[in-house]
Design a protein. Structure first.
Lengths: 253, 56
């Protein structure tokens, strides 16, 4: 009789192993691409051809269908990075480092697009592209935090050390997310308060909610697809760095 | 195309800007994936060639 003394890996440890992760998520990419593309086609059809103009804002309400999903992603991507940062600091998991690094440029772009579409919506609605109020200023700070995180990743050759520094910075920066969320309640602002996810239900009709939700899921799936692809690339980049280091060590001996 | 009213220019530029941004992000993600995969393939081919030479 033999006794199995090898430590047993839990199932989540197995699927979170970087090599295993690429193997089981790679077949998901094409279905995600097709689903995302289909949602964008349906969402854009609803946004332009099958939704009414707003009784006050007129056709400019159609900017909401790209502004709200980008604004949501600017905060959701940061949430993904903050959870990954915990994975880095608490469990020292390499996949958490990879997730954190892959998400930063995506979050930066979604934040920039939220600011861009917000400015273009603000001019005809409020009469100004920009106002230094709570919501807009805290979102601009979020963009600077993303850019700082991207710069930090690039400042370190040792990516393990970079991950720990970036994780701490990410968790400190996370304080900005509730500030963005509640800025419209705390301070006097041009920006409207929450009007979709409210305790008493959404404050807009179904004909406007439908394109908003379709575009919301289209953009969220776009992020999931790009995040997976970027994580695969980051895992390969780390393998490249390991092989280059081994080659350099071999050449030196 | 539907009539977008007096503020059409803001609506069109919002969608054009998002389209350019998203397209750029997709192209950058794919280009990064391809160049990294190519570098990895070259390094692994070199490594397997070196290990087979060592065996001989």
């Amino acid at each position: 009789m033999t006794i199995d003394t090898a430590p047993k890996q839990r199932w989540w440890s197995r699927i979170a192993h970087p090599g295993q992760f690429v193997a089981w998520t790679a077949p998901l990419l094409w279905p995600l691409v097709i689903l995302t593309g289909a949602l964008f086609v349906v969402g854009l059809y609803f946004a332009f051809f099958s939704s009414p103009e707003d009784y006050q804002m007129g056709d400019t309400v159609r900017i909401m269908y790209v502004h709200v999903p980008n604004a949501w992603l600017s905060q959701f991507v940061y949430g993904v990075m903050a959870v990954s940062a915990l994975g880095t600091l608490v469990w020292r998991h390499p996949l958490a480092d990879v997730s954190m690094k892959a998400a930063a440029p995506l979050g930066a772009l979604f934040t920039a697009l939220a600011l861009f579409t917000g400015a273009l919506w603000g001019r005809p609605t409020w009469g100004t592209f920009w106002e230094w109020d709570g919501r807009m200023t805290s979102t601009l700070i979020l963009l600077f935090i993303y850019l700082g995180i991207i710069a930090l990743w690039r400042a370190f050759d040792d990516q393990l050390r970079a991950a720990r520094v970036v994780a701490v910075f990410t968790l400190v920066g996370a304080v900005n997310i509730p500030i963005i969320k509640f800025s419209v309640d705390w301070w006097s602002t041009l920006h409207q308060p929450a009007s979709v996810f409210r305790a008493d239900g959404p404050r807009m009709p179904g004909s406007i909610l439908t394109p908003l939700f379709v575009m919301f899921f289209a953009f969220t799936l776009l992020f999931v697809t790009l995040q997976l692809k970027a994580m695969h690339t980051e895992i390969k980049r780390r393998r490249v760095m390991t092989l280059q280091r081994k080659a350099a060590q071999g050449a030196g001996t | 195309m539907i009539d977008l009213g007096p503020h059409a220019v803001f609506i069109v530029w919002a969608y054009v800007g998002v389209a350019i941004g998203v397209a750029g992000l997709i192209v950058w993600t794919m280009a990064d994936a391809r160049s990294t995969a190519r570098r990895l393939a070259v390094l692994e081919a070199r490594r397997s060639r070196q290990s087979s030479e060592r065996v001989e």
